[in-house]
Design a binder for this molecule. Structure first.
Ligand code: FDA
Length: 302
């Protein structure tokens, strides 16, 4: 399977953009802000809450990092003015981390000023392991001044249990953390590779967070995890305001999301958009060829 996925990745990279577009566009809300806001509006009407992500990462100039920050500032204004149920997820390397860390911090704080002024929330996505420490350090620095910000922990990283303990030792009642499996390929020296071990770690992180009073965003399409955690949450009588389920836009979920909504659970859809879709999709395909088999498999599902 690994070989087949890698071969398909190489093949896709050789194809013209127009041919790759339908593969990528199933998971992207379009190229423009209007496209994305239209999707947010439609999903809100259906009862879903949302998060917007402007595609891209690793800004290579001060100007690019500032421009992307400006775009996010504008999005916050539009979201508030249009009363949309939508927050924002960013990648710190998009704001300049790795290029100029001081500038990234400045851009992040600028975004958090508007997040709080417009009574919204900012999620800091977790990137690959060279950025884990810098991301968590910057998140902790933010919490000295801002409350409407939350990090992401990846269940496959062996360090995540300790990271959760560390961030819980602040004020757990103010912690809002997303738990996901982790999308990058990481070496087995630092990351679990076994599917069930990753699931167990995911369950452990969610249960530890919820038991300590933190708000947990349960970000997965894995039905086993959704059902296991839903049952545990019901048995523990965790209040519905204490957590939400999250999925990526376009990933087929059968009627699972409607079932969650009908049960009174909050469901947020993560919506990426922007003109960087081609570079983004190619990087994702190369980093994690497993995505190709997801896409091929999803093609035939609804
Ligand atoms: P699993 O990998 O078992 O997938 C279950 C099924 O879902 C697959 O069989 C496939 O059908 C479908 N599927 C899953 N991922 C897909 C994809 N990308 N495209 C198409 N189909 C897919 N990671 C990270 O490292 N940092 C982050 O900040 C985030 N943020 C994030 C937010 C949200 C809302 C979600 C849902 C996920 C993330 N992720 C992430 C990605 C996450 O770490 C993980 O790689 C994917 O969710 C896949 O893992 P699952 O738990 O869904 O299970």
């Amino acid at each position: 399977m690994e070989f087949l996925n890698s071969s398909l990745t190489t093949f896709l990279c050789l194809l013209p953009k127009g041919v790759v577009r339908p593969f990528a566009m199933r998971y992207v809300a379009g190229e423009s802000e209007e496209d994305a806001l239209g999707v947010v509006h439609e999903l809100n009407q259906l009862g879903f809450t949302t998060t917007l992500d402007i595609l891209g990462e690793h800004s290579e100039s001060d100007e690019a990092a500032r421009e992307i920050t400006d775009n996010y500032v504008r999005l916050y204004e539009i979201i508030a003015d249009s009363s949309l149920d939508c927050n924002i997820s960013i990648k710190l390397t998009h704001l300049g981390l790795g290029h100029d860390d001081t500038l990234a911090e400045k851009n992040l704080f600028r975004l958090l000023d508007i997040t709080e002024r417009r009574e919204n929330f900012l999620r800091i996505d977790m990137e690959n392991s060279p950025y884990t420490d810098a991301t968590l350090n910057l998140y902790e620095k933010c919490t000295a001044k801002y409350q409407s910000v939350g990090p992401v922990l990846q269940a496959y990283l062996k360090r995540s249990g300790d990271d959760l303990k560390r961030i819980l030792s602040g004020n757990p009642l103010e912690l809002n953390v997303r738990i996901c499996k982790g999308i990058y390929r990481e070496p087995d020296s630092i990351a679990l590779q076994d599917r069930q071990e990753i699931r167990n770690s995911f369950i452990d992180l969610v249960q530890t967070g919820l038991s300590n009073g933190a708000y947990i965003a349960i970000a997965t399409h894995d039905i086993y995890l959704i059902d296991t955690l839903k049952t545990w949450i019901d048995n523990q009588s965790i209040p519905k305001e204490g957590y939400e389920f999250q999925v990526l836009y376009g990933v087929p979920m059968g009627n699972k999301l409607e079932e969650l909504l009908d049960g009174g659970h909050k469901v947020r859809i993560y919506i990426p958009f922007g003109d960087e879709w081609y570079a983004y999709a190619m990087r994702r395909f190369k980093e994690n060829p497993k995505i190709i088999s997801y896409i091929m498999g999803n093609w035939f599902k609804t």
